[in-house]
Design a protein around this ligand. Structure first.
Ligand SMILES: [Zn+2]
Ligand SMILES: [Zn+2]
Length: 280
C-alpha cells in the first residue's frame, strides 16, 4: 500500500510536496482552496508548474484533492446545491490541472426533504457536475459515519447514487476507516473485514474503491461520530490497522492519513511509521 496523508498548501502549492517529503509520504491529499469557505482556488501558472516539477522530482503520487466541507448535494436548499455543484466543477478543473487522481468529498445530507428526495437531488447534481466538467478526473464519494440524514453512511447509498448517475467510471469511492467503523461496519479482524468488503462489493463494486482514508476513531464502533485519532490511539487500534493494510482487496489502494498527529500538526512521520510497521 502507498501510505501518505493530508498536507497543507500554505505558502504555495509546491509546499505541499515539501511537507509530504518531510513526513515521508508516498502520496498526498490537499485542499486547493479553504475547506470551510466557498472561495474558488486561485493559484498562478507559476505555482502550478512548481508543484508539478516538485512532485515529479519527489516521486510522490497519487495526489488527491479534498473538496470543501460545505458541499451538500442532497439538501432541499437550491442555493446551497447550486454552490456545491459550482464548487465541484471548479475542483475537478483543478484536479485535471494538477494531474490529481480525483476529488474526494462528502455527498451531504437530505435534511427536511427526506432520504428519497435527497438521493434524487444528489443524482441530478452529480450528473450536472460531470456534464459541466469535460476533463477526465473522477469524483470520489466518501463513506461517512452515518449521522442523522447523512448520505453515505451506508454503502447502498453510494451504490445507488452511482447506478442512478449512469455508472460512469468518473464516480468512485473513498473509504474512510474511522467513518465506516463509526457507521457500524466492523473492520478490525480478518473475518469482520472480509464481510464488510463483501458488503461493499455487493453494494458498490470493489472496482470503484480507489482511495482509503486511514484514520483511527476516537469514538466507539457504531457511534456515528467522525472524530479521527492517531493510528493505534483509537478504537480501531494497531491490530485493526494491521488487518486493513494487509487485506488483499485493499493493499494496492493508496491510503491517506487525516489524523491529528502527535504534535497536533496533522499527519506525521510517526503515524506513517506505525502503518508501515504493520505491513506483513
Ligand atoms: Zn473527508
Ligand atoms: Zn476522510
Amino acid at each position: 500500500m502507498r501510505f501518505g496523508g493530508h498536507v497543507s498548501i500554505n505558502g504555495g502549492l509546491e509546499r505541499a510536496i515539501e511537507r509530504g517529503i518531510e513526513i515521508t509520504a508516498d502520496c498526498i491529499q490537499i485542499f486547493v482552496a479553504a475547506p470551510q469557505r466557498w472561495l474558488k482556488a486561485n493559484h498562478s501558472d507559476e505555482s502550478v508548474a512548481k508543484f508539478i516539477a516538485a512532485r515529479q522530482e519527489s516521486g510522490i503520487g497519487p495526489v488527491l484533492l479534498h473538496g470543501p466541507y460545505l458541499i451538500n448535494l442532497g439538501t432541499t436548499d437550491e442555493e446551497l446545491r447550486k454552490k456545491s455543484i459550482d464548487s465541484l466543477v471548479s475542483q475537478l478543473t483543478w484536479a485535471d490541472r494538477l494531474n490529481a487522481m480525483g476529488v474526494v468529498f462528502h455527498v451531504g445530507s437530505s435534511g427536511s426533504g427526506g432520504h428519497e428526495a435527497g438521493m434524487s437531488f444528489a443524482v441530478d447534481a452529480l450528473n450536472e457536475v460531470l456534464a459541466r466538467s469535460p476533463g477526465n478526473a473522477p469524483l470520489l464519494l466518501e463513506t461517512t459515519a452515518g449521522g442523522t440524514n447523512s448520505i453515505g453512511g451506508r454503502f447502498e447509498h453510494l451504490g445507488e447514487l452511482i447506478r442512478r448517475a449512469g455508472e460512469t467510471s468518473r464516480l468512485q469511492v473513498c473509504l474512510d476507516t474511522c467513518h465506516v467503523f463509526a457507521a457500524g461496519y466492523p473492520i478490525c479482524s480478518r473475518d469482520e473485514l472480509d464481510r464488510t468488503i463483501e458488503e461493499f462489493d455487493r453494494a458498490v463494486g470493489l472496482g470503484r474503491l480507489t482511495a482509503l482514508h486511514l484514520n483511527d476513531s476516537r469514538d466507539p464502533f457504531g457511534s456515528h461520530r467522525d472524530r479521527h485519532a492517531n493510528v493505534g490511539e483509537g478504537e480501531i487500534g494497531l491490530e485493526g490497522f494491521g488487518t486493513v493494510v494487509n487485506h488483499p482487496a485493499l493493499r494496492d489502494i493508496p491510503g491517506f492519513l487525516e489524523v491529528p498527529g502527535f504534535e497536533d500538526k496533522g499527519p506525521d512521520a510517526e503515524n506513517l511509521r506505525r502503518l508501515r510497521a504493520l505491513v506483513e
